[in-house]
Design a protein around this ligand. Structure first.
Ligand SMILES: [Zn+2]
Length: 240
């Protein structure tokens, strides 16, 4: 017999265990959980961004308000001076006109600032409402995440018995494989989920690379197990 029966039996049991593990990772609940985790993370990033926006909006608002107050103060001052000058007989009409222009300029400035403040306020309100909406959505998703997580844990607990049985089976089958071959299997298993494959038509059936004729002779004639130089899988020839 050249087929490594014990090793292949071990591999079959190993594949069964892999299937249980893969099954657990791909249940509807697990897929949903991953999706929700991603969504919650996105919402958190959005919240951080919106918080920064709100802070910069507030800072801009404070600056504008201070500017506006300053302009109003100047306007007050100029207006009262203007009133005083109106009663002053020595004041020329040119001076009066200049004063009037100054006051008009300040008024335009105040109007513009008022407009800017209103605009900024609307924008701030929008940001706040977006923040609240995002927070609500995030909280809802987090709640759902927690619920689905419990379901996933239950699935895992249920599968634990199967996993234990699979481990026991592997332990039993390992006794029939020599330690050195087992080491080679485990090494190949690091990079291949199915580490032992048959040689078919002179090729590795794992990666399809053609094998040198010497290797084929040793596989068939000497019943050896060789490693594929290309993919690292263990190769055997089925002489039957
Ligand atoms: Zn190969």
């Amino acid at each position: 017999m050249s087929k490594p029966v014990a090793l292949l039996a071990y591999q079959d049991a190993d594949l069964e265990k892999q299937q249980i593990e893969t099954g657990l990772r791909t249940t509807a609940n697990r897929v949903k959980l991953n999706k929700l985790a991603k969504y919650v993370k996105q919402q958190q990033a959005t919240l951080t961004k919106l918080t920064e926006d709100m802070e910069s909006h507030s800072a801009a608002m404070n600056r504008l308000n201070a500017q506006y107050e300053a302009v109003l103060d100047r306007l007050d001052l100029e207006s009262s001076e203007f009133e005083t000058l109106k009663g002053d007989e020595e004041c020329t009409s040119e001076e009066m006109t200049e004063f009037r222009h100054d006051i008009e300029k300040l008024q335009r400035e105040a109007n513009n600032l008022e407009k800017e403040i209103k605009q900024l306020f609307r924008s701030l309100e929008e940001t706040v409402s977006e923040y609240q909406k995002t927070r609500q959505q995030g909280a809802k998703a987090k709640k759902e995440y927690d619920q689905v997580k419990i379901l996933c844990q239950k699935e895992k607990d249920d599968a634990a018995i199967d996993m234990l049985a699979a481990d026991k089976k592997l332990e039993e089958l390992e006794r029939h494989v020599s330690p050195s071959l087992m080491n080679r299997y485990k090494r190949a298993r690091l990079h291949n989920s199915v580490p032992v494959v048959e040689v078919r038509d002179g090729k590795c059936s794992g990666c399809n690379m053609s094998l040198p004729s010497l290797a084929i002779r040793r596989l068939i004639g000497e019943n050896m197990i060789l490693e594929c130089e290309n993919c690292g899988r263990l190769l055997y020839a089925d002489n039957d």
